[in-house]
Design a protein around this ligand. Structure first.
Ligand code: AMP
Length: 306
């Protein structure tokens, strides 16, 4: 696997690949990779001839009091994982390469970024769409894969690609979970052992709501209430939001009629975690606890958004 740090070199490499008729797949990440990231590389591999995985901890998407300076990094380990996963290139630009002196342009998507995480992280999605637009221009992919773990990000990127005519296929990949249900996240590394145990209330909360839906409940307040109650029982958990929104436009719903996203953000000490699942009228709950990391510990039509 090649590691490329310069934008110019990256563009020359993809130009040559495109000229040779190759289909390019892109997987943007912030590194400290886990099986969730690697599942995106696998999906990109199935849909393209060469996969470019990028690692860039994007200062623009962190708020002033967020975790930019302590965000976990492990470039050596990540390089090994990406190589083994079959990526052709690790694109690893520096902050200066991405935002050279004089940089002043941003891409923002308005409506779908206002609620959920956008409410408590007002500059976050502008940073995300800006860097992703730049990565698209640097790596010129035919297809790019994003995780449904960051569902609002996925919706915003789909909107940006449609609105700005990028002509790139956007694939949403299911959430990969630890065997006990916790959604994999680089930020899980911040959790103390007690917080790690407490964080299981997130997937339990989603499962409780799924269960209600399975029993026929369609009222949003009651569906959200079931998840809230599970989280409220956990003393280490601080709810930022628990919301039921339309899975396409992310507007609040009062009744489950079409597939809806049950999304939540919860703090544990200094760590803020997010999780979600897509609820449909067909939702069912599975009680088995697989021992391997799995994409569908909760069987409530989890986050499949293709
Ligand atoms: P990050 O490095 O956290 O910015 O994530 C890079 C990409 O990996 C994003 O598209 C995320 O949605 C995706 N991702 C992160 N965690 C998971 C997970 N547990 N399952 C699937 N995709 C994930």
């Amino acid at each position: 696997m090649l590691t490329i740090t310069s934008v110019h070199e990256m563009q020359s490499w993809v130009d040559a690949q495109r000229a040779a008729g190759k289909r390019i797949g892109l997987v943007p990440t912030m590194g400290y990779l886990h099986a969730g990231h690697l599942s995106l590389v696998a999906q990109a591999g199935e849909r393209s001839d060469v996969v470019v995985a990028s690692i860039f901890v994007n200062p623009l998407q962190f708020g002033a009091n967020e975790d930019l300076s302590r965000y976990p990094r492990n470039i050596e380990g990540d390089t090994r994982l990406l190589d083994a996963a079959g990526a052709a290139v690790l694109f690893l630009p520096s902050v200066n390469e991405m935002y050279p002196e004089g940089y002043q342009t941003a891409v923002s998507v308005d409506l779908v970024t206002q609620g959920l995480c956008g409410a408590s992280r007002p500059t976050h999605f502008r940073g995300v769409t800006t860097v992703v637009a730049k990565l698209f221009n640097m790596t010129k992919p035919h297809v790019a894969v994003f995780g449904a773990k960051d569902f609002q990000q996925l919706v915003a990127i789909r909107r940006m690609v449609a609105d700005l005519n990028f002509g790139i296929e956007i694939v949403g990949a299911p959430i990969v979970r630890e065997a006990d249900g916790l959604a994999m996240s680089s930020r899980n590394a911040y959790l103390s052992p007690d917080e790690r145990r407490a964080a299981l209330c997130l997937s339990r909360a989603l499962a409780a709501s799924c269960h209600l839906v399975e029993q026929g409940e369609r009222d949003a307040l009651r569906i959200v209430g079931a998840a809230r109650r599970v989280i409220a029982e956990e003393p280490l958990a601080r709810i930022d939001y628990v919301s039921l929104v339309d899975a396409d436009n992310l507007q609040q719903v009062t009744e489950l009629q079409r597939p809806a996203l049950l999304a939540l953000a919860v703090g544990f000490g200094k760590t803020r975690l997010i999780d979600n699942c897509v609820l449909s009228q067909r939702s069912t709950v599975e009680s088995q606890q697989p021992s391997e990391p799995t994409e569908n510990t909760l069987d409530c039509k989890l986050s499949t958004v293709d």
